[in-house]
Design a protein around this ligand. Structure first.
Ligand code: CMP
Length: 156
């Protein structure tokens, strides 16, 4: 099992796409460990995107991410990092495949609705930026045996 961070960006909230986007993750069978609506501070935005510091899109990205509330979401599941990256689709809306979140709802390079962690190390770092330990809940979902096929005792 892995954990990943998803941020519903200001455009997702302003365009009233919260329900549609979160529903996709729920319907996939992923578990929500943490969730909050918040206003991202400049400090948090800069920390989350530190790897892009110096790129031409960095400053406009920080302005965008702090312009209006966001939702941060910690998700748990089998191979969840790769799964959620695939569900998000390519970074640029015009290049994202139909059927992905960005492919279905985004057209901009910057206003691409969601941010998702791109590796195990990044996920750990990003989750710790936005969630305190006691904000991440461990619990069983009643449908786990049906999502994961536990008929032989292990996840298949
Ligand atoms: P995200 O996956 O959150 O990671 C970095 C973000 O920077 C990206 O989504 C876009 O919102 C933005 N971004 C990346 N490349 C560009 C670009 N060439 N022009 C504008 N914004 C970009």
């Amino acid at each position: 099992m892995q954990n990943t961070l998803v941020i519903l960006k200001p455009d997702a909230i302003q365009r009233r796409l919260i329900g549609k986007i979160i529903t996709r993750f729920e319907e996939k069978g992923l578990q929500i460990m943490g969730l909050k609506l918040m206003r991202m501070t400049e400090e948090l935005a800069r920390r989350n995107y530190v790897q892009h510091k110096g790129r031409d899109f960095y400053e406009p990205l920080v302005r965008f991410m702090t312009s209006s509330p966001v939702i941060v979401l910690a998700l748990r599941g089998k191979e969840v990092i790769e799964t959620v990256r695939k569900m998000a689709g390519f970074t640029f809306g015009t290049k994202a495949e139909p059927g992905t979140i960005r492919g279905d709802y985004a057209i901009s390079n910057r206003f691409n609705l969601i941010h998702v962690s791109d590796s195990l190390e990044t996920a750990e770092r990003e989750i710790s930026i936005f969630f305190k330990k006691d904000e991440l809940l461990e619990y069983e979902n009643v449908d786990t045996p049906w999502v994961y096929d536990l008929s032989q005792g292990t996840i298949v």
